[in-house]
Design a binder for this molecule. Structure first.
Ligand code: ADP
Ligand code: MG
Length: 327
């Protein structure tokens, strides 16, 4: 059974960056305004996320890393309408099958916090009282220690760290009201450090540089029949980079949407010199019941109802914006 669970876990957690995405989403679901990620050896030795969110109820701790343990669904109908990131209760369970997990959590109003640990989905250490501030710190030690093949495949710690920084960067652009820090364990200077109460353009400037920030155009589009709202920032045709940078959020979840990406790239390629590319950040909101996030175990590839029509609308809106601002 342990082996089956480990294989299932590997479908969700391929690399440290997947784990950090799941953990970030949990911290954001818990309404954190400060999130700090600490990494050792590309996350393979240590991957830690500390937040100031609402914390975890002590009663929930013993089964927290069992599959399908979620505080986000109460009944089957909720499945259709969940708007939070998580809803399957599989992320922490998966991480605990491929790493040693330690948790420290404190809820507002509780006199003390609690700490405990997990392996293979099960609690390995009784809850004991611990000092701490409101919020949750989750630490994954020795990721893939029990999956030697995977471990060997991820031998480049720098590459893994770059992926982690990339995920945190993208969330920082989408959540400018939350402060994010991302650092290597012994580094004095963090690689990412954003302020809370910032703005998306300010964070784009801080994280992607002033060149990009200078050329940003804000665009917005919505349609009541197709039932979507979209807004974002994209670079004007004055800006061109060597590669496309695209940050796509659907219902506040960082996703991979190749069809949307392709459509936007095509719109730009009609306007930019050959071989040059845009920077685009966009946030799309649709009814949660129109979104199918189950197509891929890592939940990053999504499909939604009226996908082609909505993509066409968004691309048209962006193209119009680009051509009216063209100088
Ligand atoms: P899901 O997000 O699908 O519910 P997870 O396995 O990601 O499942 O998390 C399981 C549960 O653990 C969550 O439903 C939530 O109650 C709790 N949890 C995890 N991380 C945090 C956190 N940082 N702050 C508060 N609660 C958390
Ligand atoms: Mg989750």
């Amino acid at each position: 059974e342990a082996v089956v669970n480990r294989i299932a876990a590997g479908e969700i957690i391929h690399r440290p960056a997947n784990a950090i995405k799941e953990m970030l989403e949990n911290s954001l679901d818990a309404e954190s305004t400060n999130i700090k990620v600490t990494v050792k050896d590309g996350g393979l030795k240590l991957l830690q996320i500390q937040d100031n969110g609402r914390g975890i109820d002590k009663e929930d701790l013993p089964i927290l890393c069992e599959r399908f343990t979620t505080s986000k669904i109460r009944n089957y109908d909720d499945l259709q309408s969940v708007s939070t990131f998580g809803f399957r209760g599989e992320a922490l369970a998966s991480i605990s099958h491929v790493a040693h997990v330690a948790i420290l959590t404190k809820r507002d109003g509780d006199s003390a916090g609690w700490k405990t640990a997990y392996s293979d989905g099960k609690q390995t250490q009784e809850c004991s009282p611990a000092a701490g501030n409101k919020g949750t710190t989750i630490t994954a030690h020795d990721l893939f220690f029990n999956v030697p093949l995977r471990r060997r495949a991820l031998k480049n710690a720098n590459e893994e760290y770059t992926k982690i920084v990339d995920v945190v960067t993208r969330y920082a652009v989408h959540y400018p009201s939350v402060s994010f820090v991302c650092k290597k364990v012994n580094a004095n200077v963090p690689d990412i450090s954003t302020l809370s109460k910032s703005s998306t353009p300010m964070n784009i400037k801080a994280l992607f540089g002033p060149q990009v920030a200078k050329e940003l155009l804000r665009f917005e589009t919505e349609d009541t029949l197709l039932n979507y709202k979209c807004n974002g920032y994209a670079t004007s045709t004055n800006y061109a980079s060597k590669r496309t940078i695209m940050l796509i959020f659907i219902n506040h979840r960082l996703v991979d949407c190749p069809s949307l990406k392709k459509s936007i790239e095509n719109a730009y390629s009609a306007l930019l010199p050959k071989g040059s590319h845009p920077f685009v950040y966009l946030s799309l909101e649709i009814p949660p019941s129109n979104l199918d996030v189950n197509v891929h175990p890592t939940k990053s590839q999504v499909h939604f109802i009226d996908e082609d029509d909505i993509i066409e609308h968004i691309t048209d809106a962006l193209s119009n914006k680009l051509s009216t601002c063209n100088t």
